[in-house]
Design a protein around this ligand. Structure first.
Ligand code: G6P
Length: 564
C-alpha cells in the first residue's frame, strides 16, 4: 500500500459528493420518506424492529426508529461507496497517511491489535512498539497498585492525579467514571484540566503529597494549561515535602505520558518514567494509548486489556462487515442523512447510565474536533453541511430537563440512546423493584414516545377538553437509535468508543474532509499567548486592534485594581 494517499483522500479537485448520482437519488428519496410517519412505517414493515437491528460485537444497535426504509440504507451505502469509504477505511487500517494535511498515518486501531498481529508502517513494527509500551505501563501499574512503588517518604500511593486537557483528559476521566465499579479500592483518581486555578486548587486541597502520584498527560507536552497545572503541582509537591527544585523526590511523584521526550526532560521528569506514544495517534483517539495510564492504574492491566479487546472487536466488525450491516457505518450514514437531507444540526446522545455521565463530553471532542471542517481534504470549500453539534446528558435526568424540546419542539434532533441489560451493581432495590428496571423502562418508553407520539384523536378520546388537545398532541416521528449491550464492562466501553470513532471517520470520508487535523484550534491559542502579555501589564500600550477587546481589557485591568 502506498503511503501517499493524496489522490484517494483529496478525491480529485472536481469531486463533489453533492453532485453524485447517489446524492441526487437521496434528495428525491427524502421526499418519499418525508411523506411517511414512523407509525405507518412500522405498520407497513411489521418486522422492522428486528430487520433494522445490527449486531456489532456485544452492541445491539436498533436503527428501526429512524426515518428510513430499506431503500434508504441501500442508497446511503451506495453514497458511501461512491465516496470511497471502504477503500479509505482499508487505507487507514493499513497505516497509509490518511491525515493528509499533516502527512501522518492514523492508527488508533493499531493500539488495540493483539500481540500476535502484524503491522509494519513506514518500516516500523507497530504492534511490537505498542505492546512494549503496554508492558511498561502494566509493570508500572502493578507496582503502584501493589504498593511496591512508593512516594519519596516510602509510603504507598493512594491518589493519582491526571493532569491533561482535551484528548489527554476527556478520555481518561470519562472512562474512569464509566468503569467506577472496576476501580482499585485503595486508589482514588483525580483529573485536572482547566487553566482556571480553581480546578487544581480543589483537587490538591484533599491530597497528601507523600501519597500522591501525578501523571502529566500531553501528546505535545507544550499545551499551556497542562504545563501550567503541572508546574504548579510540582511546586506544591516540593513545598509539601520540604525539598527544593531539582530534588529527586519529583521522580517518585511525577510520571509523564507524551510523544515528546525532550519537553518531558526539560520539565524535570525522568524519561525512564515516561510512557510514549506516536504521532499517528490523534489526541481525541488516544484513550487506548499510554494516555490511558491513569485508567490502567485504576482498573488494572487485565481490565485495561479487556478494554482494548473491546475496541478491537468493533474494529474487526467495522473492517469486515458489509456497509448495509455495519454498525459504525450505518450510525454515520443515518446521522449524515439527517444532517444533509433533513437539515438537522445536532445529535443528542443519552446514556442511560449515570457512570457514563462524561460520555457526551467525550464525544463532543471526538466528533466535533474531527468533523468541524468546512474545506475538503483537497482544500475546496465543502458544498454540504458537515459535523453536527453533539450533546447529551444521562437518562433519566435529561427527561426532566430538555426532553420537552425533543418531543414537541420544532427542531429535528436525532438521538442515540445507550443502555444496558444488567446494572453493574444491583444491590439497592426500591420496595423490591429493581432500580435498573425503572431506568430501562424509561429508556424504552422515551424511544417509543419519540417515534410514535400520540394523536389529537387519541387525546380527544380520553376526554381532554378541546382547547387543551393541541397542547397535548405528541407529534412523534422523532428519530432515535437504540444501542444496547449486556453490561457496562471495560470491553463494552471500548466497543462503544470504537463505534463512535468509526462513525466519525465514515462521516468525514463521505464529506471528503480530514477528520484527523484540528487547525481551527490553533489561532485561539496564539491569540491567548499574545494577550497574556497585555492584559496584566499596564505598561503595554493600548489600544488593542478591535474596540470590543480593547474595552474589555481596559475594564479587566481596572477591575483588577490597575489603571487602564
Ligand atoms: O495532549 P496535548 O498535546 O496536551 O493536547 C491536548 C489537546 O489540545 C489541543 O488543543 C487539541 O485541540 C486537542 O486535540 C488535544 O487533545
Amino acid at each position: 500500500m502506498t503511503t501517499n494517499m493524496r489522490g484517494l483522500f483529496d478525491g480529485g479537485a472536481d469531486f463533489d459528493i453533492s453532485s453524485t448520482v447517489s446524492w441526487h437519488a437521496l434528495v428525491t428519496h427524502q421526499q418519499h420518506v418525508y411523506s411517511l410517519h414512523l407509525r405507518e412505517l412500522f405498520v407497513m414493515e411489521p418486522d422492522r424492529g428486528r430487520e433494522l437491528t445490527v449486531q456489532a460485537g456485544d452492541l445491539r444497535i436498533d436503527f428501526s426508529k429512524n426515518l428510513i426504509t430499506g431503500e434508504t440504507i441501500e442508497l446511503l451505502a451506495a453514497l458511501a461507496r461512491e465516496a470511497g469509504v471502504e477503500e479509505k477505511r482499508d487505507a487507514m487500517f493499513a497505516g497509509a497517511h490518511v491525515n493528509t494535511s499533516e502527512d501522518r498515518a492514523v492508527l488508533h486501531t493499531a493500539l488495540r491489535l493483539p500481540r500476535d498481529a502484524e503491522l509494519v508502517v513506514d518500516g516500523q513494527d507497530v504492534v511490537a512498539d505498542v505492546h512494549a509500551v503496554l508492558d511498561a505501563m502494566g509493570d508500572f501499574t502493578d507496582r503502584v497498585r501493589s504498593g511496591e512503588w512508593t512516594g519519596h517518604t516510602g509510603k504507598a500511593i493512594t491518589d493519582v492525579v491526571n493532569i491533561g486537557i482535551g484528548g489527554s483528559d476527556l478520555g481518561p476521566v470519562m472512562a474512569y467514571e464509566a468503569l467506577r465499579h472496576y476501580r482499585h479500592p485503595g486508589l482514588t483518581g483525580h483529573f485536572v484540566s482547566n487553566s482556571d486555578p480553581a480546578d487544581l486548587v480543589a483537587v490538591l486541597a484533599g491530597l497528601d503529597a507523600e501519597t500522591t502520584l501525578f501523571v502529566v498527560s500531553s501528546k505535545t507536552f507544550t499545551t499551556l494549561e497542562t504545563i501550567t497545572n503541572a508546574t504548579a503541582a510540582k511546586a506544591w509537591l516540593l513545598a509539601e515535602l520540604g525539598v527544593g527544585e531539582g530534588d529527586p523526590a519529583v521522580e517518585k511523584h511525577f510520571v509523564a505520558v507524551s510523544t515528546n521526550a525532550d519537553e518531558v526532560a526539560a520539565f524535570g521528569i525522568d524519561t525512564d518514567n515516561m510512557f510514549g506514544f506516536w504521532n499517528w495517534v490523534g489526541g481525541r483517539y488516544s484513550i487506548d494509548s499510554a494516555i490511558g495510564l491513569s485508567l490502567m492504574i485504576a482498573i488494572g492491566r487485565e481490565r485495561f486489556g479487556e478494554f482494548l479487546a473491546g475496541f478491537h472487536a468493533v474494529d474487526e466488525h467495522f473492517r469486515t462487515a458489509p456497509l448495509e450491516a455495519n454498525g459504525p457505518a450505518l450510525l454515520a450514514l443515518i446521522g449524515l442523512w439527517y444532517s444533509n437531507f433533513w437539515d438537522a444540526q445536532s445529535q443528542a446522545v443519552m446514556p442511560y447510565s449515570n457512570d457514563m455521565e462524561r460520555f457526551p463530553a467525550y464525544l463532543q471532542q471526538l466528533t466535533m474536533e474531527s468533523n468541524g471542517k468546512s474545506v475538503t481534504a483537497g482544500g475546496q470549500h465543502v458544498t454540504t453541511p458537515t459535523g453536527s453539534v453533539y450533546w447529551g446528558e444521562p437518562g433519566t435526568n435529561g427527561q426532566h430537563a430538555f426532553f420537552q424540546l425533543l418531543h414537541q419542539g420544532t427542531w429535528l434532533i436525532p438521538a442515540d440512546f445507550i443502555g444496558f441489560a444488567n446494572p453493574v451493581d444491583d444491590r439497592l432495590t426500591a420496595d423490591g423493584r429493581s432500580f435498573h428496571d425503572i431506568l430501562m423502562a424509561n429508556f424504552f418508553a422515551q424511544t417509543e414516545v419519540l417515534a410514535f407520539g400520540k394523536t389529537a384523536d387519541d387525546i380527544a378520546d380520553e376526554g381532554v377538553p378541546p382547547t387543551l388537545v393541541p397542547h397535548k398532541v405528541m407529534p412523534g416521528n422523532r428519530p432515535s437509535t437504540s444501542i444496547l449491550a449486556p453490561q457496562l464492562t471495560p470491553s463494552v466501553l471500548g466497543q462503544l468508543i470504537a463505534l463512535y470513532e468509526h462513525q466519525t471517520f465514515v462521516k468525514g470520508m463521505v464529506w471528503g474532509i480530514n477528520p484527523f487535523d484540528q487547525w481551527g484550534v490553533e489561532l485561539g491559542k496564539q491569540q491567548a499567548n499574545a494577550l497574556m502579555g497585555v492584559i496584566g501589564d499596564d505598561a503595554v500600550p493600548a489600544p488593542l486592534p478591535d474596540s470590543s477587546t480593547d474595552a474589555m481589557v481596559r475594564w479587566y485591568r481596572e477591575q483588577r485594581g490597575r489603571k487602564a
